[in-house]
Design a protein. Sequence first.
Length: 369
Amino acid sequence: MASKSISSIIHVSLLVALLATNIVLADDNVPIPADKSQLNSWYHNNVKPLSQRKNTLDPALVAAESATTVIKVMQDGSGNFKTINEAIKSIPKGNTKCVIVYIGGGTYNEKIRIEREKPFITLYGAPGKMPILTYGGTALKYGTLDSATLSVESDYFVASNIIISNSAPRPDGKRKGAQAVALRASGDKATFYKVTLLGFQDTLCDDGDWHIYKDCLIQGTVDFVFGNGKTLFLNTELRVLGDEGMSVITAHARDKKTDDTGYSFVHCDVTGTGNGTLLGRAWMSKSKVVFAYSYLGAVVNKAAWSNNFHPEYDRNLYFGEYKNKGLGADLKGRYKYTKQLSALEAKPFITLGYIQGSKWLLPPPNPRV
């Protein structure tokens, strides 16, 4: 009787082990390597395709991806639609399928909004002819948030190989309402691969939960990454146009201790013009921003951070740095309220666990068109 039970246990154990070999877990706990040359292989090893992760991803995402459709936007009329807005309008509210909007090369002068009721949408630009989405909306006309060229309010959004620009003129400090957003991302679980964001003040409003920007470029002057998102930026260039007046990269809006939000920049490059750029300022009392393994160029001010003239914020701000390099990474001149992180303190900011990637993050799309 005992030998039979042991045999059964062994059989079950082997069966479990065999089944487990078909399940691949995206590991949220493997730290991003310090060596930037290893970043892409690390990402490939930890963000496996859908076919290997159906048992670990969000069930709604698995169902949506299994019913993927592609619609084409081509300005010459050879696709399903000539404009992006027409394509988005064709997707029904309550959508449960992955819809890839393939956008041909060209400049699309459109103001686009993807409503919350339309999840699982991907905007995919032709890799060799990245489309340009542009509009000149300003805060004066629309309000800051609604000035965006592209507003994404839905969940599970993906953008790849796209240039998004706000063509409004550069603020001169005299015109009221000159802020002009290129992209507003306020849904949850959004992914941006090889996306270029061009603007001046308030280029990117990143305001939802669990976003990632990889291999992107974001250009601006003041507060050009702002909002209250929980977001990981990987291998992204932050290009400062700092030759006229003050320049600030981030304005994070965390204002409650209970807000599990923050911006983490890992293996990013701070480049551009001028020499007075701040990595971040305290838009709200508990702003949270970390730069790790990043190149901070000469454009970065020696202080690097600002409490925005609110000394009462100092004890609750979280402005952290970890193993950065470049002239702007010199720690002399930093304020006492900034943090030089230990390896243990930095770890939560340099894993996919920061955005719970194992539940929803997929590799870059590669649609058949």
